[in-house]
Design a protein around this ligand. Structure first.
Ligand SMILES: Cc1ncc(C[n+]2csc(CCOP(=O)(O)OP(=O)(O)O)c2C)c(N)n1
Ligand SMILES: [Mg+2]
Length: 663
């Protein structure tokens, strides 16, 4: 039901007042965008958005993504006004201060109703594509009665200018995600000034060319906004609603200029704006009738929610739906039997192949996985277990052909994970984690369960050469907080890594997998998933221990060969498989001290072996240890020749260890 314009105006002005006052109080923030989009947001939230502020986690709610995350006061205002428990007015008063959930940019883990963390421009919109994909997939799986919601996005000029916009809308257009609607805050302003400083692009034509429906409206005319939204909803394609707006609308001297973008308006301008808007309330006070109108907008959503709940209660697959939405794995899901089979019959395969073998089990046992690859399906070995393609004609498919869109893929996977009900994984070459690194960072920050299947993890990929050979990648990913980076050495470890990755409800995983075949190192049954320890002793020294060899992935067998040679000379050597440094660091002191005892290098020399940068390995070898790796770009040649050339063989490593021991 739409309210009369006379009642909508103060509702929108409440957003403007809260935004300018909160930014002023914090002496930092972005008032221009919330003030410019207040009218559009008011229509959307009061008349179209399906949500229930009293039940923010309701599975069939619409998803709203503020891709222009700098305008965070817009969403904080909307959540407060429409009746979410948080943010309270006190939270808003403390905008951008320690302890307030009203952070500089919206963070999904701080506030219910904030569906995704936004601020890195373009990514919010790209994540919303994944949300819309998850919605269609779950709709195809559970039906209209249970899953039937929309994804709404507010994006600015910046979001549309970023390169990722091309990938995201290309995917959305191709997949015909008609329940995705993007509001473009078409205000012709960015930080540096007017948009004509930097762009002459025909954005509407670009969206149309990508398979989108485009409609324009006056972003300050409630009726025109409604008309545009109705058209967007009616069209079967994803829609771009170009909203002509004035940034900082209501600030009489500064509106329409970049001065309102990211700085407090100042007391004088705020006083003048209050006059123009007819807003007489003190800062952080909302007139009762305005608040009551806002709170009333939640009634429709609450009703829709209770009707939905009744449908769910009578639904045969209720438990399964709830399990998936809760992100819980089926109780009986286990890879133990598969791993036992490997122990009984060792396999010499590339870990990318081992990943495919594990995925065959996983995709059969877990109906919630959605796999994919950025056009490297055959190389990443990501299609397994008989899953069929996810297409515009069949959203029930569980395999996404992302095309050559690594960043778009990673962002879409974030959106899927945040939507819930699905567990996304996707592949490309490890070297191209650089292309999607900004989205991997958001997986980690947003605590999203996304599994990155990154193959061709070293010079071991061979002939494709240095452009394709990761050097710094594994180590640089290890630096990222809340991200598990795993480099398994064989088929058993690969299965263990997968099992761990799937059991992380709140962190992403990068699997670094080899192109080349690797011998199976784990050939006897161990009672636990050793990889859970992050690093573990694969083999203990026979002779008196003088050396601890710490290796990962394809270098573990090299470490074993080194140990054999050293032992033959009466030098005892432990071999430690350091599959995942983050998990190792999380082990208790006693465990870590057992694996890497804190003794002087004169007694025990620690040696790291990894076919990548040696940078940072002193964390485990200590400064006096030895670090074997590659601190330059690789080369184009067969893999075996490269391991030889770069000295990653037992023959090349053992003499260095002897030198060090005898020094
Ligand atoms: C990837 C990325 N690059 C740069 C920024 C810094 N930044 C924040 S807002 C902005 C300008 C965005 O312009 P627009 O989307 O038109 O927002 P408006 O000024 O209209 O509010 C920039 C460059 C960012 N947040 N993310
Ligand atoms: Mg702008």
């Amino acid at each position: 039901m739409s309210l009369a314009t006379s009642r909508m105006v103060p509702m929108a002005n409440a957003i403007r007042a809260l935004s300018m006052d909160a930014v002023q109080a914090a002496n930092s923030g972005h008032p221009g965008m919330p003030m410019g989009m207040a009218d559009v947001a008011t229509v959307l939230w009061s008349e179209y958005l399906k949500h229930d502020p009293k039940a923010p986690g309701w599975a069939d709610r619409d998803r709203f993504v503020l891709s222009a995350g700098h305008g965070s006061m817009l969403i904080y205002s909307l959540l407060h006004l429409s009746g979410y428990e948080r943010p309270t007015m006190e939270d808003i008063r403390n905008f951008r201060q320690i302890g307030s959930p009203c952070a500089g940019h919206p963070e999904n883990f701080l506030l219910d109703g904030v569906e995704s963390t936004t601020g890195p421009l373009g990514q919010g919109l790209a994540m919303s594509v994944g949300m819309a994909m998850a919605e269609r997939h779950l709709n195809a799986t559970f039906g209209d009665e249970i899953v039937d919601h929309r994804t709404w996005v507010i994006a600015g000029d910046g979001c549309l200018m970023e390169g990722i916009n091309h990938e995201a809308i290309g995917l959305a257009g191709h997949l015909k995600l008609g329940r995705l609607t993007v509001f473009w805050d078409d205000n012709n302003i960015t930080i540096d000034g007017t948009t004509d400083l930097s762009t002459s692009e025909n954005i509407k034509a670009r969206y149309e060319a990508t398979g989108w429906h485009v409609v324009s409206c006056d972003g300050h005319d409630f009726d025109d906004i409604r008309r545009a939204i109705d058209e967007a909803v009616a069209d079967e394609r994803p829609s771009l609603v170009a909203c002509k707006t004035v940034i900082g609308k209501g600030a009489p001297n500064k509106q329409g200029t970049s001065a309102t973008h990211g700085a407090p308006l100042g007391d004088d301008e705020i006083t003048a704006a209050r006059g123009v808007l007819g807003w007489e309330s003190a800062p952080f006070e909302i007139p009762e009738e305005v608040l009551s109108d806002w709170r009333g907008t939640a009634d429709d959503g609450a009703r829709a929610h209770s009707e939905w709940q009744m449908r769910l209660d009578g639904y045969a697959q209720k438990a399964e739906f709830q399990r998936r939405m809760a992100g819980e794995l089926p109780k009986d899901f286990s890879l133990d039997k598969y791993i036992k089979g490997l122990i009984d019959q060792p396999q010499k395969v590339a870990t990318r192949k081992a990943s495919e073998m594990a995925l065959a089990e996983i995709n059969t046992g877990l109906p919630e996985t959605i796999g994919g690859s950025a056009d490297l399906t055959g190389s990443n070995n990501t299609k397994a277990g008989g899953i069929g393609p996810f297409t515009a004609d069949d959203y029930s498919g569980r395999y996404v052909y992302y095309g050559i869109r690594e960043f778009g893929m990673a962002a879409a996977m974030n959106g899927m994970a945040l939507h819930g009900g699905v567990i996304p994984y996707g592949g490309t070459f490890l070297v191209f984690t650089d292309y999607c690194r900004a989205a991997i960072r958001l997986s980690a920050l947003q605590q999203a369960r996304v599994v990155y299947v990154m193959t061709h993890d070293s010079i071991g990929l061979g002939e494709d050469g240095p452009t394709h050979q990761p050097i710094e990648h594994v180590q640089s990913l290890r630096m990222m907080p809340n991200l598990l980076v795993m480099r398994p050495a064989d088929a058993v470890e690969t299965a263990e890594c997968w099992d761990i990755a799937l059991r992380q409800p709140d962190r992403p995983t990068v699997l670094a997998l080899s192109r080349q075949n690797l011998p199976q190192m784990r050939t006897h049954q161990l009672s636990e998933n050793m990889t859970e320890r992050g690093g573990y002793r694969l083999q203990a020294a026979q002779a008196a221990r003088r050396v601890i060899l710490i290796a990962t992935g394809s270098e573990l067998h090299v470490a074993m060969e080194c140990a054999e040679k050293l032992e033959a000379d009466g030098i005892g050597a432990d071999v430690v498989s350091m599959v995942c440094t983050q998990l190792f660091d999380e082990q208790d002191e006693a465990y870590r001290a057992d694996i890497l005892p804190d003794v002087s290098p004169d007694e025990v020399l620690r040696v790291s072996i990894e076919a990548g940068t040696t940078f940072g390995w002193d964390r485990y070898t200590m400064t006096n240890g030895l670090r074997i790796g590659i601190d330059r770009f690789g080369a184009s040649a067969p893999a075996e020749d490269l391991f030889e050339k770069f000295g990653l063989t037992a023959d090349a490593i053992v003499p260095q260890i002897m030198n060090k021991l005898n020094a």
